[in-house]
Every structure is written in structure tokens, then in C-alpha cells.
Design a protein around this ligand. Structure first.
Ligand SMILES: [Zn+2]
Ligand SMILES: [Zn+2]
Length: 116
């Protein structure tokens, strides 16, 4: 799992806008992250043609490192995001590192407020 590492050390903070970074974190969070049972190499499941998206079934994939074939099963999880009604947010600044970012303390809503 690499999610959050860049957030903590802030190395990438100057290279992209805060909003873009949040999108990147989101994408990293949702990517499948498995390791080969034989050699431990990190793998990305290949879903070409929709293969492996069904929950009941054994699937197979070859390891990119050791060439052995391992089996995997898929479990699909749903995630929900809740949000206040417009105008009900309790907006607070993210902090000194993100001077233009404001987030709601009650829900996941955030926005970039440009300095005028
Ligand atoms: Zn392997
Ligand atoms: Zn809110």
C-alpha cells in the first residue's frame, strides 16, 4: 500500500494542485493491490475483457516476476460517501500546508478557495 505516503512527507505537494493530489490519492486507494503467493512480488490484476470481475469463481494470473500461475478470487465492496446539504457544511481550513483548501468537519466535502 502506497496510499498516504506522499501526503505525509509532502514531497509532491509543490508539484500539483491540492485538488489534483486528492484525486490521485483516491485512485491509489481504489486500485487492487496484491502480491504473488510464491515470490511476494506486487501485482496488478489484469481485468482485460472484464476477466475476474465476477465474485464467485476462481481466476488465474501469471506472476510478472517468477512466471508461476496463482489463483485469486474477487470480492466486490461498496463504498458510500455522505455529504451535508449545501450550506450546512462546517468549513475549516486544511492547515498551513494547504492554504487554499477548506474541508467540512462533518462530511467529506472539500473545496479549493482561491485567494482574491
Ligand atoms: Zn511470483
Ligand atoms: Zn459537510
Amino acid at each position: 500500500m502506497v496510499s498516504g505516503r506522499r501526503w505525509k512527507n509532502g514531497a509532491a505537494a509543490s508539484e500539483a494542485s491540492p485538488l489534483a493530489l486528492l484525486v490521485i490519492f483516491y485512485l491509489e486507494d481504489t486500485m487492487s493491490d496484491i502480491t504473488c503467493p510464491y515470490c511476494g512480488q506486487e501485482q496488478e490484476i489484469n481485468h482485460d475483457d472484464g476477466y475476474g470481475y465476477e465474485e464467485d469463481g476462481d481466476y488465474e494470473q501469471g506472476c510478472v516476476e517468477c512466471d508461476k500461475t496463482f489463483k485469486y478470487t474477487t470480492s466486490i465492496s461498496f463504498s458510500y460517501a455522505v455529504s451535508c446539504q449545501d450550506g450546512d457544511h462546517a468549513m475549516e481550513p486544511f492547515g498551513d500546508k494547504w492554504p487554499s483548501m477548506y474541508g467540512c468537519s462533518k462530511c467529506d466535502f472539500y473545496e479549493l478557495r482561491e485567494e482574491i
